[in-house]
Design a protein around this ligand. Structure first.
Ligand code: AHR
Length: 622
């Protein structure tokens, strides 16, 4: 099989700077119990709703009926989250009802166990009130509560008003299944609220779990779309993500129940934190906001103005002057400079809804009037038909089988070259071809992305979905990054995306394969500058979707000023013994790219492509 790369200037094109990014959705506990490093789950005791008695789960009680009674009331000092925990300690350190060794109290196992590491520090913050003196021990322990990994105490003679307490715990041991305990042996009544435990070391000091965010950073995403997905819409509007409820001091945020993916979030990871994450990753934020439409209910266009205002306020929050109403809240949170927000999506997958166009058009015009430079993304697919409303981009989602995804490499070949650009914000192979993340799925997706590179004159942005899954709450299959409290791995689809790092902003070259190989091979080539060594590389990517090995004869023409060097060139291959092979927590590196030197590199070279493989040839140019 012959592959010809034509590097003459006349046949090259710049790939958009934004082409490959990531989509982060609060799904599968990707945020709460995921990238957000907060260790306590249900820290404000609000997860059972605003009424009392409430549900304090996963908090549990240490002690029995004769030593402790735990309830909830609405006595919190925080107006937007009134539920507090009341602990009646019935035993004492001496007398007739002596507390058991270690005392009585409550514990929180976090999100299926807290990952506590030896030598690391954890900041526990809590709000406390009592009519008497308190002596509360705060510990990180193993899952039985018997072994303390770190401990400190709060002793106070006057907490008659709600008082904020902070302690720093230094862990003496490692345990990925730890818990936080608040215990006492002193009789009396104590109220607790907003109990938080954060590792001191987080990604760039901004509260994110280092290992998970590093996996995102390694994709060098040019944008991050957030916070959903269906999470933005809600099953019902009352449970949708409403950004104003997620900003300001963390302890004042009400939290909410995400009724699509069915779990409570304390909203420590709120709108501000998403913008901060985008900045920390060097990725353009793509803010998806609710447009008055959920899965089950809709606001009529005649009554949509509060949603229009909410959308405008969100831009003021992100970019407004630090003295403006919403810009001042951002500034008070430690970011007086504006965030670089340039992209917004009006809703998610709402195109077919009754009020979508009406609501969209109102928001669109108001937004363009106030912020003419903002790029607006419509939920309606403009790839096969002209949109009937104005937009800068249209959203395109595709979840399908492997064969279908492979053939989707040509999906945009015939799309009109005028009009709004495509944002493929969700793509993945799903169903039996994907399992929990198979090689087969990754290869088909690679072919699709090669097709997007070739069509990047009209497709400007693309992201895989979903990005994360906590193995303890798998709501969606497959996902790119799989984790629990202490371990993680990338699925083949994650590693496949690493082959496309470097494509955004690169120069696309004309690449042709023999016609008779078209059914199972697809290839593209780019010239890109590797920031690691500041050197130019010609990268040829080829998917062999077939079950036979392929011998490829490659010719690179018209390189002109450059020549390909053997030294410094490499070949990276993603393949495995079986097409359905997956990675797992026990075998996280089963399907990963393998890189070897390419000693045969040159303008004319022979390369063997293994069956079912993705190959990248990185040719060092001088
Ligand atoms: O990525 C998972 C879900 O798929 C998203 O929430 C939604 O936009 C799509 O239906």
């Amino acid at each position: 099989v012959r592959l010809v790369v034509n590097a003459s200037n006349a046949s090259t094109r710049q790939i958009p700077e934004t082409l490959f990014g990531i989509f982060f959705e609060e799904i599968n506990h990707a945020g709460a119990g995921g990238i957000w490093a907060e260790l306590v789950s249900n820290r404000g005791f609000e997860a059972g709703g605003p009424n009392v008695p409430s549900n304090i789960s996963p908090w549990s009680i240490i002690g029995n009926e004769s030593t402790i009674s735990v309830s909830t009331d609405r006595s919190s000092c925080f107006d937007r989250n009134k539920v507090a925990l009341r602990m009646d300690v019935l035993c004492d350190s001496e007398g007739i009802n002596v507390c058991p060794t270690g005392g009585v109290g409550i514990y929180n196992p976090g999100f299926w166990g807290m990952n506590i590491k030896q030598g690391k520090a954890y900041k526990v913050t809590l709000f406390v009130r009592s009519s008497g003196k308190i002596d509360v021990s705060i510990s990180l322990t193993d899952s039985s509560g018997l072994k303390k990994l770190a401990t400190s105490s709060i002793i106070s003679s006057d907490v008659s008003n709600w008082t904020k307490m902070e302690v720093l715990l230094n862990a003496s041991e490692t345990n990925p299944n730890s818990r936080l305990q608040l215990t006492t042996s002193k009789k009396g009544v104590i109220w607790f609220d907003q109990v938080s435990a954060m590792p001191l070391e987080t990604y760039k000091g901004h509260g994110f779990r280092n290992d998970l965010v590093q996996m995102m950073a390694d994709l060098e995403p040019r944008f991050i779309r957030f916070p959903g997905g269906c999470f933005v819409e809600g099953e019902w509007l009352r449970n949708a993500f409403r950004w104003k409820e997620t900003v300001g001091p963390w302890e004042q945020r009400p939290g909410h129940f995400g009724d699509v993916w069915m779990y409570w979030t304390d909203d420590g990871l709120g709108y501000f934190e998403f913008l901060q994450l985008a900045e920390d990753l060097g990725a353009a934020p793509v803010w998806v906001f609710n447009n008055g439409i959920s899965h089950q209910d809709e606001v009529d266009t005649s009554a949509i103005s509060p949603f229009v205002q909410e959308a405008l306020d969100s831009i003021e929050f992100a970019r407004g002057d630090p003295n403006s109403t919403w810009g001042s809240i951002r500034a008070s949170m430690g970011h007086p400079e504006p965030f670089d927000l340039k992209y917004v999506a009006i809703g998610n997958e709402d195109c077919g809804k009754k009020n979508y166009r009406g609501n969209y058009v109102k928001i669109y015009h108001a937004m363009k009037r106030a912020y003419p430079d903002i790029k607006i993304i419509s939920n309606c697919d403009g790839s096969s038909r002209k949109l009937d409303h104005p937009a800068d981009y249209y959203d395109f989602h595709i979840y399908t089988s492997a064969n279908q995804m492979f053939s989707m490499a040509h999906r945009f070949d015939k799309t009109s070259r005028t009009g709004p650009k495509a944002f493929v914000s969700e793509y993945a192979v799903t169903g039996s071809d994907a399992g929990k993340g198979s090689l087969l799925a990754a290869l088909a997706e690679a072919a699709f992305l090669i097709g997007l590179e070739k069509n990047s004159d009209i497709v400007e942005m693309a992201s895989y979905a979903p990005l994360f899954v906590n193995t303890n709450d798998r709501r969606w299959n497959p996902d790119a990054i799989v984790f629990n409290s202490s371990h993680l791995y990338g699925t083949p689809s994650y590693w496949m995306q690493r082959f496309f790092v470097g494509s955004s902003g690169a120069t696309l070259l004309d690449t042709t394969l023999d016609a008779n190989s078209a059914s199972s091979l697809i290839a593209s080539s780019i010239i890109w500058k590797n920031p690691e060594d500041e050197h130019n590389y010609l990268r040829i990517k080829i998917v062999n979707f077939g079950s036979n090995e392929v011998s490829l004869k490659i010719s690179v023409n018209h390189l002109n000023a450059f020549s390909i060097q053997k030294s410094g060139s490499s070949q990276t291959v993603l393949t495995s013994r079986n097409l359905m092979d997956e990675n797992s927590l026990n075998d996280p590196m089963k399907v990963i790219p393998i890189k070897i030197p390419l000693n045969t590199a040159g303008e004319n070279m022979d390369v063997v492509l293994p069956s079912h493989s993705l190959t990248s040839l990185d040719l060092f140019m001088e």
